[in-house]
Every structure is written in structure tokens, then in C-alpha cells.
Design a protein around this ligand. Sequence first.
Ligand code: UDP
Ligand code: MG
Length: 318
Amino acid sequence: MDRLAIVVPCYNEEEVLKISSEALRGVLNTCIEKGKIAPDSFVLFVNDGSKDRTWELIEAEHALYPGQIFGCKLAGNVGHQYALTAGLLTAKDLADVTVSIDADLQDDVNVIEEMVDKFHEGKDIVYGVRKERKTDTFFKRTTAQGFYKVMSMMGVKTVYNHADFRLMSKRAVEQFAKYEETNLFIRGLIPLIGYETDCVYYDRKERVAGESKYPLKKMLALAFNGISSFSVKPINFIVGLGIFIVFAAFAALIYALISYFSGHVVPGWTSLIVSVWFLGGLQLVAIGLVGQYIGKIYLEVKHRPRYNIEKLLTDEEE
Ligand code: UDP
Ligand code: MG
């Protein structure tokens, strides 16, 4: 029988923790009763340096259900992507299959059973895909969908309308662990792993409580990170633009020579100052973009540990 670990990154989730714990234990128990997963399957809550009582609540849940609720306390806030990685890499040593899900229950916990069924059919990765985004605000919906469109335009392979709600077999997580990059965009990495994959579909609900920990600023940062970590298209674009401008400059030169020899008096200042500004700006953009990549190389070569697990609550004695 396969042992399932449900990995839940939590940042300031005191309002939802008990509700998620109950819902996820419900899912575990249903699957255990039906003989789909091992009785020692568990939920692993990863506390991502919360400033509220999230960790105390995880400890309390662990005390109540020591065999089912595990906790992992990160020493500080490292962000959703790293917290999730910490959870997955911890879970892979304890379990045969993992499911990652957000703490706020926006993703439908009931499709976890369907994911497990697909795992038994031999799929190594099962993506949870949102059918629609009725409950998200218009703003969140359009920005998030624009995000997927831009990503695919930039050549980053992602599953449309899939966030980080997915099932992964132990060997898929083991492979994922080999991607040791610092600029982490998990959604872009998973399709690179390979293996047989499948999707399950669900309606995304509203947060059960609390507020989104992903404001626009963090979303834009994630989007830019996704693009610049996976794609060199922005650089190609700049190169293309550069070539185009060189040709345009030739055309302008010919035009200037013709005007000169035909005796036109060209009030040169305007065109000169415009091109100085334009080229100056363009160069800044180009240098800035190249700089972004150099910045990433810099971070990557440092090879810093991406998180630091301070405490681990499991059913094994220390
Ligand atoms: N989260 C985290 N660290 C952070 C920010 C968020 O672990 O720095 C977790 C959060 O607790 C939640 C998940 O990431 O379980 C997704 O966040 P949220 O639901 O706020 O994002 P949204 O659904 O609004 O995009
Ligand atoms: Mg959410």
C-alpha cells in the first residue's frame, strides 16, 4: 500500500489551519477506508516563517493527531515556492506519493482521491487544473490568465490554469530534487521531469478565511522569475530590435544624404536629440535586461541552501 503525504505550505494561515486540517484528514480517512492509500498516510504542514499563531496551531494539531498531522517549521519566511520545495523534499523520504495543496482550501480537496486513482493507473504526475475562475475577482482572474498567456508566448512550458496543486510520485519528487536552482519556478520545472502525466479538473473556490498572501507585487515577481529563469526570448527580442534599428539607421542615413545633396536645409537638432534619447533609452533597457540574467547567474553560483528546517514533527522518534 502506498503512503500518501499531503504537503501544505502555510504563511500566516491561523484562520484556516484548523479547517484545512479537518478537511485534509477527511480526505485521508476516506482514501484509507477505501484501501487506496496506506493507513499511515499523513498531512505535512510547512510553516513558512509565519508571524501569527500558525506554528502553535500545527503543533496542537500534531498533538491531537500525531499519526496524521506532521509539521515542518522553517526558520524564516522563504516564500511559497521554497516552502513547498522544503515540504516535498521532506515528504519524499517518508512517503511513496505526495500531493501539494494550498492551505486556504481554494483547491478542491475532493479531487485528491481522483489524483490517487490516476496514480494507481500509473501516472507519476497528476495536475490539478481549474475549470474556471468564477470566484476570483475580475482583476485576479485577468492578471492570472494574462500570466499563463505571456508565459507560453515566452516559450515556458506550463500547464494552463494549473497552479501548485498536483500529485507527484516519489520518483518524480526525487527527480525534481535534482533541479538545484535558486530561481525556482516549480510550475515550469515539473513538465521537464517527464514520466506519464494526467490532469484532474475542479472548480476553484474562494478562500475559506484570511486574505491572499499573493498580492500583485508577488505575482509579478513570480511571473518575471518564471520568464527569466526559463526563457531567453527577452534577450532574443532585444537582439532582434537592435538589428531592426541598425537597418532603420541605414535608411535614415540614406535619407539624410539625399536631403543634403538635394539642398534641403535640415533643422537637425530635433532628429538628433530624439535619436539620442531613443537610443540611450534602448541601450538602458537592453543593458538592464542583460543585467537581470547576470544577476541570476550571480545568485545561482552562490549555491545557497534554499531553506533551513528548524524542527520536524513526524511519527518517528528522534
Ligand atoms: N504561502 C507561503 N509563503 C508565502 C506566501 C504564501 O507558504 O510567503 C502559502 C500560503 O499560506 C498558501 C499558499 O502559499 O497556502 C498560496 O497562497 P495564497 O492562497 O495566499 O495565494 P493565492 O491563492 O491568493 O494566489
Ligand atoms: Mg489561495
